[in-house]
Write a protein that binds this ligand. Sequence first.
Ligand SMILES: Cc1cc2nc3c(=O)[nH]c(=O)nc-3n(C[C@H](O)[C@H](O)[C@H](O)COP(=O)(O)OP(=O)(O)OC[C@H]3O[C@@H](n4cnc5c(N)ncnc54)[C@H](O)[C@@H]3O)c2cc1C
Ligand SMILES: *[C@@H]1O[C@H](CO)[C@@H](O)[C@H](O)[C@H]1NC(C)=O
Ligand SMILES: *[C@@H]1O[C@H](CO)[C@@H](O)[C@H](O)[C@H]1NC(C)=O
Ligand SMILES: *[C@@H]1O[C@H](CO)[C@@H](O)[C@H](O)[C@H]1NC(C)=O
Ligand SMILES: *[C@@H]1O[C@H](CO)[C@@H](O)[C@H](O)[C@H]1NC(C)=O
Ligand SMILES: *[C@@H]1O[C@H](CO)[C@@H](O)[C@H](O)[C@H]1NC(C)=O
Ligand SMILES: *[C@@H]1O[C@H](CO)[C@@H](O)[C@H](O)[C@H]1NC(C)=O
Ligand SMILES: *[C@@H]1O[C@H](CO)[C@@H](O)[C@H](O)[C@H]1NC(C)=O
Ligand SMILES: *[C@@H]1O[C@H](CO)[C@@H](O)[C@H](O)[C@H]1NC(C)=O
Length: 351
Amino acid sequence: MVFFNVKLFPLLIIPFNSVWSTSSNSISESLLQCPSTHLNHSNSSKEIILTRNSSAYSSVLQSSIQNLRFLNNSTPKPEVIVTPFHESYVQAAVICSKKHGIQIRFRSGGHDYEGLSYVSYDPFIIIDLFNLQTIHIDIENESAWVASAATLGQLCYSIVQNGKVHGFPAGSCPTVGVGGHISGGGFVTIFRKYGLAADNTSQQISMGEELFWAIRGGGGSSFAVSLAWKLRLVPVPPSVTVCKIEKTTEEGATKLFSKWQVIADKLHEDLFLHLVVEVANEASTTDGKTIKVSFDSLFLGPVEKLLLLTQDKFPDLSLDRSNCTEMSWIQSVMHLRRNHDANTSYAQASI
Ligand SMILES: Cc1cc2nc3c(=O)[nH]c(=O)nc-3n(C[C@H](O)[C@H](O)[C@H](O)COP(=O)(O)OP(=O)(O)OC[C@H]3O[C@@H](n4cnc5c(N)ncnc54)[C@H](O)[C@@H]3O)c2cc1C
Ligand SMILES: *[C@@H]1O[C@H](CO)[C@@H](O)[C@H](O)[C@H]1NC(C)=O
Ligand SMILES: *[C@@H]1O[C@H](CO)[C@@H](O)[C@H](O)[C@H]1NC(C)=O
Ligand SMILES: *[C@@H]1O[C@H](CO)[C@@H](O)[C@H](O)[C@H]1NC(C)=O
Ligand SMILES: *[C@@H]1O[C@H](CO)[C@@H](O)[C@H](O)[C@H]1NC(C)=O
Ligand SMILES: *[C@@H]1O[C@H](CO)[C@@H](O)[C@H](O)[C@H]1NC(C)=O
Ligand SMILES: *[C@@H]1O[C@H](CO)[C@@H](O)[C@H](O)[C@H]1NC(C)=O
Ligand SMILES: *[C@@H]1O[C@H](CO)[C@@H](O)[C@H](O)[C@H]1NC(C)=O
Ligand SMILES: *[C@@H]1O[C@H](CO)[C@@H](O)[C@H](O)[C@H]1NC(C)=O
C-alpha cells in the first residue's frame, strides 16, 4: 500500500490488488466498524457508508448508472457503498476492503459502458467519489485542479467562467466523470491539435514516469484510484466555426466518404472534420433504406479561413457559408455533442 500526497489538492494513488477472496458473511457489518479505526477525525463514518439497509442505498447506487441494461435485479449489488468526502475515507475503505478480502469498484461519473464501476461478480464494495467535485481554475498559470467526480460539463463551465480564450480537450458529453474519462484517454473535437485529455495532465508528485503513464489511458482502476487531476488548459480562439453538411448516397455520399478517408488526417490541425453514417428513413426493408452521411466539423478560426481551406483540400464537399455558424468554444462543445441514446444506431469516424 503506497500513498502519495501533495499539499493543496492531493493526487492520491492507491495501487491495489483486486483479487481477494471472501471470508465473511457479515461483510457490511465489519466494514461499518472498520473505517473509524483508520480515520482519526471522523465522527460521521456511518453516514458515508451505505449498507443495503440504508434508505439511500438504492438511489445512490442507481444515481449515475448510465447503461440501463444493468438496472435489473440480476445485476450483483455491492455489500456497501462508501461515499467519501475526504481522501482519508478512500484510504480507509481500501484498507478495510483488503482486510476483508473483498473487491472494490471505483466510480466517478458512472458512464462506463460495461458497468465496470458498479458491477462485480465477486463480493464487492463501491467507492463512489461523487462528493469529490472541487474544481480550481488558475487562469494565470493556465492550469486547473479537478477532483475526479467533477463532470466534464462542470469542468468546461468553470473554465469559461474564467475567460473565453481557454479550453480543455475533454469529451463532449457533459455528464461524463473526469475520473473515468482521463484514466481512459478522453477525446473531443480539438484532439487533432491538442491530443487527448490524458495528454494534458501534469505530474504533481513524484510517482515515477511509468505509473504516471499507466494511470492515463490504460483504463481506470487498473493501477490506482486518482482523486484529482492537474490539467494544463489549452488556448482557444474567442470564436470558432461549426459546420454541418448532410449527403445521402443518392447525393454522392459514398464518394465523399471515400475521399474523406484519404484527406482527413492531412487537413490543418485546427480543423476537425468527422462523419456520422446513419439510416435516414424508417423503411421496413433493407432495400428501402436510405443511408445518410453527416459531415460535422469544428474549425478553430473564422468561417472565411475555413472556406478557403475546404475549397482547397476538399472542394467536392461544397461546404458553403450557409452550412456554418460562428460561436464560442463552449457553445461548440454543446452543439457538437451527439445523442447517445441506446436505440440510436449509427457509426461515426474521426481521424
Ligand atoms: C453518453 C456518453 C458519452 C460519452 N462521450 C465521450 C466523448 O465524447 N469522448 C470520450 O473520449 N469518451 C466519451 N465517453 C466514454 C467515457 O469517457 C468513458 O466511459 C469514461 O470511462 C467514463 O468516465 P466516468 O467517470 O463517467 O465513468 P465510471 O463508470 O465512473 O468509470 C469508468 C471506469 O474508470 C474507473 N474509474 C472511475 N473513476 C476513477 C478514478 N477516480 N480513478 C481510477 N479509476 C476510476 C471505473 O472503475 C471504471 O472502470 C462517453 C460515454 C457515454 C456513456
Ligand atoms: C439490516 O437489517 C437486518 C434486519 O433488520 C438486520 O438483521 C441486519 O443486521 C442489518 N444489517 C446491517 C448491516 O445493518
Ligand atoms: C488525530 O487528531 C488529533 C486531534 O484532531 C490530532 O491532534 C492528532 O495529531 C491526529 N493524529 C494523527 C495521526 O493524524
Ligand atoms: C463531528 O460532527 C459534527 C456534526 O456533524 C461536525 O460539526 C463536526 O465538525 C465533526 N467533527 C469532526 C472532527 O469531524
Ligand atoms: C440484467 O443485467 C445483466 C447484467 O448484470 C445483463 O446481462 C442482462 O442482460 C440484464 N437483463 C435484462 C433483461 O436487461
Ligand atoms: C503560477 O505559478 C508560479 C510558478 O509555479 C507560482 O509562483 C504562482 O504562485 C502561480 N500563480 C498562481 C496564481 O497560483
Ligand atoms: C496537450 O497534449 C498534447 C499532446 O501530448 C501536447 O502536444 C500539448 O502541448 C499539450 N498542451 C498543453 C497546453 O500542454
Ligand atoms: C448546406 O448549404 C447548401 C447550400 O446552401 C444547402 O443546399 C444545404 O441544404 C446546406 N446543408 C445543410 C445541412 O444545411
Ligand atoms: C427510441 O425508441 C423509442 C421506441 O421505439 C422511440 O419512442 C424513441 O423516439 C426512440 N428514441 C430515439 C432518440 O430515436
